[in-house]
Design a protein around this ligand. Structure first.
Ligand SMILES: [Zn+2]
Ligand SMILES: [Zn+2]
Length: 77
């Protein structure tokens, strides 16, 4: 999973309203490190799964599991 630079064209700018980015329909790609205005579940640039919510329940699991299995949820593949 590599950033190809496609995300630069789809980069979402900060909402003018006091909405959060996720509330405005923006999604975060952790690989490209950008917020995208994109309807799909995966990044059009690198193909990584996009994060749609700031409240990541899986994150809790990661913290719970500690560093025993760091690849399971974070890397995905
Ligand atoms: Zn990218
Ligand atoms: Zn990406």
């Amino acid at each position: 999973m590599v950033c190809k630079g496609i995300c630069e064209r789809l980069r979402a700018y900060k909402p003018s309203a006091r909405l959060g980015r996720y509330a405005a329909g923006q999604r975060r790609c952790q690989i490209c490190e950008v917020f995208l205005k994109w309807p799909s579940l995966s990044c059009p640039c690198c193909g990584h799964k996009l994060r749609m919510s700031p409240r990541n329940m899986k994150l809790k699991g990661i913290l719970k599991a500690g560093l025993a299995q760091p690849n399971q949820t974070i890397a995905g593949k």
